[in-house]
Design a protein around this ligand. Structure first.
Ligand SMILES: C[S@@+](CC[C@H](N)C(=O)[O-])C[C@H]1O[C@@H](n2cnc3c(N)ncnc32)[C@H](O)[C@@H]1O
Length: 485
């Protein structure tokens, strides 16, 4: 039996995490059961997100239904002290790890993580942000690392703008600077960072004296028309220098194709970690796709169903309706279930809070049988998986798609700059929990930096990572991608 304790940094220090008690409880439960112990792995994580999609103890089937089936018992050490770990493990093990527990209300079938309904929740959150924020009285930025977007940091903006000026001065001297100077931002949120950037740009341009502001076009892009409305108001002071475009950040060229090779800066902050993500695990030299299945614990589902005068069995259909048409329309269409929009929003929030995902590991016949995006094969994962033994990694399919489809927009001297939660070394996946976590209404997954760097290098792009230089103690990392010299 293998025991994998991942949060090694927490094993020492002033308040070392107690591994022995929950581990002993798991071992006791396993001792009392009938599972073949040579086919059991115990994995201990520390899930730093207070809200997440995991139970304190989960049991996952590896190669379910095959003669090679094994079980993974996963324990969240952060919450283990609050419950009876032995009892939880025993209950899950009596079903031989089968997640078909009677106390779960399933919302979908088994799917790769990026296809699951947590992403429909995520999308709805951005489409109907005003309703969620009205109900909570909190803005989304308060959930971001540091409580505000680092893209608003003035020193960081100044550095970006002066880099641009340097490149433009140089091109200008060689008479190679185009008349129109394009900057694109993907995933703009409330527009505060666009405003910070534009304000700083205008001030610096005045001092610099080259009249670049007059030639500047800042394109704010987001898949939520509602978010774009808010952002437009925020940057109203910059008039005709700003346009807003509805687009999916995973396929920017579909709308921005007219800017091929013309954009000097593509600016992305706290968006890659919010895009759909599969996970792949390597166990004993074999790769598995992590399939997930969303559910609500039965007791919570019954309570939620009662608030909407619905039978628990009808709850999944009602939730999917909400995800499809949003709280305003669902309240209008189903007055028996929801007295008004606020009631529909309350229902949505409670579902989000109770939402969990079961997991199972399905063998991949070969990495080339898996597609990261429609144009990138799973072979791209090989250098990461081959070099690091047993490992679980984020594939960040949405971020990879966005990255790859942004590169053709870049001017030969252009850059893609992202502030986000990147891992910069694969080992960070072995020693820490990398998501998904639940923010207020939205999903967060750390982004696999080495994977983007590897994909970039295959395309002649230099990808660099540096800790966000302008706020101490932040986990935010800045990625800069540009055509290799
Ligand atoms: C966490 S907010 C970040 C906002 C802002 N950049 C900041 O740093 O505060 C994520 C933003 O990305 C947008 N977004 C998420 N998924 C997207 C997608 N697939 N296509 C376009 N925009 C997306 C959301 O609507 C939201 O505006």
């Amino acid at each position: 039996m293998l025991v994998d304790i991942r949060p090694v940094a927490r094993l020492r220090g002033k308040t070392p995490v107690d591994v022995a008690t929950p581990l002993t409880a798991v071992l006791e439960a396993l001792r009392d059961g009938t599972a073949d112990l040579s086919r059991v792995r115990v994995v201990c994580d520390w899930i730093q997100y207070k809200e997440n999609f995991r139970e304190v103890v989960d049991v996952r089937q590896t190669a379910p239904g095959s003669p090679d089936q094994e079980l993974e018992v996963a324990v969240d050490l952060r919450r283990a002290g609050d419950c009876d770990v032995a009892d939880l493990t025993r209950r899950l093990m009596t079903q031989n790890g089968s997640p078909d527990a009677p106390d779960r209300v399933w919302l979908e079938g088994w799917l790769p993580g990026s296809k699951g309904c947590i992403w429909a929740f995520n999308r709805l959150y951005w489409q109907a942000l005003h309703l969620w924020e009205r109900a909570t009285g909190r803005g989304y930025e308060s959930a971001l690392p540091g409580g505000a977007s680092d893209a608003r940091n003035e020193a960081a903006v100044r550095e970006l703008v002066s880099d641009l000026f340097r490149i433009w001065d140089d091109l200008s001297e060689r008479r190679a600077l185009p008349e129109e100077l394009y900057v694109v931002e993907l995933g703009v949120g409330n527009g505060n960072q666009a405003k910070a950037w534009l304000d700083e740009f205008r001030v610096m341009d005045q001092a610099h004296g080259r009249d670049y502001y007059r030639r500047l076009h800042y394109l704010m892009c987001d898949y939520s028309p509602h978010v774009l409305d808010i952002a437009r108001k925020t940057v109203a002071g910059h008039g005709e220098h700003v346009s807003s475009l509805v687009l999916d950040a995973t396929t920017p060229t579909t709308v921005l194709g007219f800017l091929r090779y013309k954009v000097f800066l593509v600016y992305v902050s706290n968006v890659y970690d919010n895009l759909p993500c599969d996970e792949v695990v390597n166990i004993g030299g074999r790769a598995y796709c992590v399939e997930t299945r969303a559910f609500l614990p039965e007791a919570e589902a019954a309570e939620i169903a009662a608030t909407a005068s619905t039978a628990t069995t009808d709850l999944p259909a009602l939730i999917h309706k909400l995800l499809q048409i949003g709280p305003e329309l669902v309240a209008e269409a189903m007055p028996t279930q929801f007295t008004d929009v606020d009631a529909a929003v309350e229902f949505w929030r409670r579902c989000w809070q109770s939402l969990r995902r079961a997991e199972r590991f399905v063998p991949m016949p070969g990495l080339d049988s898996y597609q990261i995006t429609s144009s990138l094969s799973g072979e791209m994962l090989r250098p990461l998986l081959d070099a690091h033994g047993d490992l679980r990694i984020n594939v960040n399919n949405g971020a990879v798609a966005s990255f790859v489809d942004t590169l053709p927009l870049l001017h030969p001297y252009g850059r893609l700059v992202c502030h986000d939660l990147f891992i910069t070394d694969v080992e960070q996946s072995r020693t820490g929990f990398r998501g998904p976590g639940k923010y207020d209404g939205s999903v967060v997954n750390w982004v696999n930096g080495p994977l983007l760097a590897h994909i970039g290098s295959r395309k002649g792009i230099d990808v660099r990572y540096a800790p966000f230089a302008h706020r101490k103690g932040t986990s935010i990392v800045t990625m800069t991608a540009q055509v290799r010299d």
